[in-house]
Write a protein that binds this ligand. Sequence first.
Ligand code: HEM
Length: 434
Amino acid sequence: MTASERALESYHPFDPAVQEDPWEYYALLRREAPVYRDPQTGIFMVSSHALVVEALRRWEDFSNRFGVALGGSGDGGSEEGRNPFEGTASAGEAEAELARGELRRPLMPVDTMLTADPPEQKRYRSLVDKAFRPKRVRALEPRMRALCHSLIDAFVADGRVELRAAFARPVPLTIIAEQLGVGAADLDDFHRWSDGFVAQLGGMASPEERRRAQELIFEFQRYFAKIVLARRSEPRDDIISDMVNARVEGERPLDLPECLSILQQLLVAGNETTASTICEGMRLFAEHPSEWKRVREDPALVRNAVEEILRLATPTANMWRVCRRDTQLGGVDIPAGSMVLVRYGAANRDEDVFPDPDRFDIDRPNASEHVAFGQGIHFCLGAQLARCELVKSIEVLAERLATVRIAAGAPPLRHPPNILLRGLEALHLEFEAA
Ligand code: HEM
C-alpha cells in the first residue's frame, strides 16, 4: 500500500470529526484520487470541480433515484428493503379520504424532482419551475427586507445574539411558509417537520429518530393535503397555488402524492441550507471585520460576497448518485449499482479553479463558478429565491449592525454531523448597533 493510500484510508467519511473539519481530507482526495472508492464503505467519492461537474452532467450514468434517503420510494424501499409506510393510501384513496374531511393514512412518498430522473424529473420541473419564476421571487423582496428588520428589532438592543435561532432560521422558514399557505400560528409545527426531515436525511439518525421522522412526515402530509385541496378550488397569489394548479401543454396537473412529495422537498432543501449560509457568512464577516466595513460602505459588494460565502459554506456538502450501468469516471471503473457521493464542498475549494481556495475573498472574480447549487438538470430549483434571501439578509444586517464579532465565551463552533447538509449549530455574536 502506498503512503497516499494509507493516508486516504486513515479517514472515515462518516466520522463526525472528519465532517467537522473535512478540508485536509478533501484536499488529499482532490490531489491523490479525485474519484476514490472508499474501501470501508464501498462508496465512490468525486471531489474535483471538473469531475463533479462531469458526474452531474452525465445523468444517464449517475441517477438521482436514491429516494430512500429522503423517505421516498427509491429503488428498494427503506434501508431494510421494505416500505417504511405500512398501510399507505393510493392517490385515489387519499383524494377520497380528503374529500370526506381528513387524510387517514400516510401517503407513500413518490420520487419527484430531487429523487427522480428524466423523463419524470423533467415533467416535475416544468410544472414547478413556473411557481419559482424570477418575477415571483422579485415580488417577495420588500417582504424579505421587512422580515429581516423585524427580526433584528427583537435583539438589536441586547448587543449579542444567537444568530441561527433569532435570524438565520426564521428568514427562509417564514418566507417559504407564507408562500405555502402556513399560518403564523403553525410556524412552530413547520420548524418541527423541517427538523425531522433533516435528521432523516443526514444518514446518521438512529432507528428511533427515523421512526419519529416518519410520524412527522404523516403530520406534515395531513396538514398540507388540506391546503392543496383548498388552493385547487380557491387559488391565491402564492407559490403553492401556482404549483397545484400548474399545467404545461399536454400534461396532467400534479396529483396529491406528487404535490406532497414536492412540498416535502421544498421544506428540506430550502430552509436549513439558506439558514446555514447566512450563519457561515456572518461568521466569515465576524472573522474579517475589514470586509464587513466594506460591505457596509458599499452594499453593491454584497451580491458577489454572497457567491463567495456560498462557495466556502457549501451547505449541501454532498449529494448522492446511484450508478446506473458499468462506467468510468476520471479513469476509474464504477460498477452498476454503486453509490456515488458527489462532494460539492470539495469541488468548491479546488485550487485549479479557485486560487488560494480557503481564503474569503469577496472580490473573487469567479466566485459564482461554485457548484453550491449543483449543475445540470437538477440545478437548485430555489437558487433564485435563496440568493435573494441571502442578499437581503446580509444587506439588512449590514445596515443595522456596525460591527460584529464572535461572542466572548461562546461555545466552540460546531457543525452537527450530517453527510449531506453542513451548517453551524449555533452562532453567538456580539455587535455594536448602527
Ligand atoms: C443556500 C441555499 C440552497 C442551497 C445551497 C441549495 C443546494 C441545492 C443543490 C446542491 C441541489 C442539487 C442537488 C443534486 O445535484 O441532486 C439543489 C436542488 C434542489 N433545491 Fe436547492 N439549495 C438551496 C435552497 C433552496 C431553496 C430555497 C429551495 C426551495 C424552496 C430549494 C429547492 C431545491 C429543489 C426542489 C431541488 C431539486 C431540484 C431537482 O432535482 O430538479 N433549494 N439545491
